[in-house]
Ligand binder design. Sequence first.
Ligand SMILES: [Ca+2]
Ligand SMILES: [Ca+2]
Length: 233
Amino acid sequence: MKNLLIIGLLLILGLSPAWCDTLILVDPTTLNGSFESGSGNIPSNWQTGLTVTEVYRQIPVSAPMPAPEGSYVLTIGRNNTTNYPGCLLNTGYNVKSADTFNFSFQWDNAGGWDSNDQFEWRIFTTSDDTLSGTITTIANGTGTGSVGSTVNLFPPVVPLTAGGTVTGANVGRDVWVEFFINPANGNVENNSYAYLDNVVLSVNTVPEPSTTMLGLASLLAWLAFQRGRKNRA
Ligand SMILES: [Ca+2]
Ligand SMILES: [Ca+2]
């Protein structure tokens, strides 16, 4: 029994650094990461806000992504000087301090999108979980120019694998995802569009030390209880 206890203890201590769960936050079947759910051109879940003035999905018509996930893609770009389609989503997941993130998506240049046109993406939290709060970025990046005409050979963009920088300001706050045009540096003229699809965001989360210790204490208590029962038998 003593040996079993020691083995159990060593097993827990040995495995604890590797304890890591990967939770899907967004994908084609979670929070509409493929934009297939919605009404007409309005996808479910995704919203406007910040610099995103319109959320618009469509069946590709020009320079179509040959292998979109499902039928619809999300349109990012600029209609005119005041309308910048993009998309914004609150995943509802609360950041923990040791979290890292995995993020990928597909995109394609569409009508009017030229070599210097650029969209931006970011994963962030705000100080009060609303879009009025102070934004703290976890990860961000851009998509620029053309990805070519044989896009069915183009793999999903994987900008993040077990990455992102979590700071104290992020901890306990909701994770948001945004794809948008930054009028200040996008070089995007009127009537320029790109297509986005198959957004996948997941988080690698490690149990807090207190959780690990609680699990360890529970196991020790259970083993002690079993030993007590055996001794009484
Ligand atoms: Ca889709
Ligand atoms: Ca341009």
